[in-house]
Design a protein around this ligand. Structure first.
Ligand code: AP5
Length: 215
């Protein structure tokens, strides 16, 4: 299954992708995670992306398309993948179409998570992740079962993203509405779009997505 999760920053793309990885045994391809790894490793891409990401702006289509083109050619993507944070511009959507078409493949489902702006601010400002395994948490909506201990790996180290602050979020939301929201119309035009109420509880959002994927 080849799937795109669309939605504004904090909509729950990463949270839902993690459940779908387990349910369908296909990898999550998060361009945000790949870029953060490149920044941490100090690669050329990381050096170019660092300041752009910290400002909440979009990294260039050329860089992102090259990263995804290389990643979807890996053997673990042969059975499918979940795109989280890509495509984010009409140019990226067209590039993805051609990358897959060259391999005789296509995207099967596009799922857009709909969440109010006020809720996005609350979600982004309360988000943190395990520093070791990357499991995502929230101060209010998703706490570890044992306080201060990661449910998944038992680590006691957690971290917060540098771009998760109210000022940068404004820029990220601007970029979403200007450059990414047009993809809703794009995929609707191709009759691939499914929308899900992302304001529901995390488990209910997962159920709604699985109903669409299993149909
Ligand atoms: P990226 O890492 O993709 O960030 P984003 O799109 O802003 O999305 P987030 O990861 O912030 O949110 P999410 O939807 O995954 O929410 P989550 O599940 O964590 O991109 C970062 C930067 O990289 C970009 O700004 C850009 O610079 C660059 N970049 C990346 N891709 C690019 C591309 N294709 N082109 C150009 N540049 C690119 O949930 C958030 C919180 O809410 C969590 O704490 C979670 O526990 C909680 N939560 C989730 N669901 C619910 C729910 N239903 N109810 C209550 N709480 C919930």
């Amino acid at each position: 299954m080849r799937l795109i999760l669309l939605g504004p920053p904090g909509a729950g793309k990463g949270t839902q992708a993690k459940f779908l990885v387990d349910a369908y045994n296909i990898p999550q391809l998060s361009t945000g995670d790949m870029l953060r790894e490149a920044v941490a490793a100090g690669t050329e891409v990381g050096k170019q992306a660092k300041a752009i990401m910290e400002a909440g702006k979009l990294v260039s289509d050329d860089i992102i398309n090259a990263i995804i083109s290389e990643r979807i050619s890996q053997p673990d993507c042969a059975r499918g993948f979940i795109l989280d944070g890509f495509p984010r511009t009409l140019e990226q959507a067209d590039a993805l179409y051609h990358m897959l078409d060259d391999k005789g493949m296509k995207i099967e489902k596009v799922i857009a998570l709909e969440v109010d702006d006020d809720a996005l601010v609350e979600r982004i400002s309360g988000r943190y992740t395990c520093a070791d395994c990357g499991e995502g948490y929230h101060d209010k909506f998703k706490q570890p079962a044992k306080e201060g201990v990661c449910d998944r790996c038992g680590s006691t180290e957690f971290k917060r993203r540098k771009d998760d602050n109210p000022e940068t979020l404004k820029t990220r939301l601007f970029a979403y509405y200007k450059d990414t929201a047009p993809l809703i119309g794009y995929y609707h035009a191709y009759r691939m779009l499914n929308t899900v109420d992302g304001m529901a509880d995390i488990g209910d959002v997962t159920k709604a997505i699985r109903t669409i994927l299993d149909a």
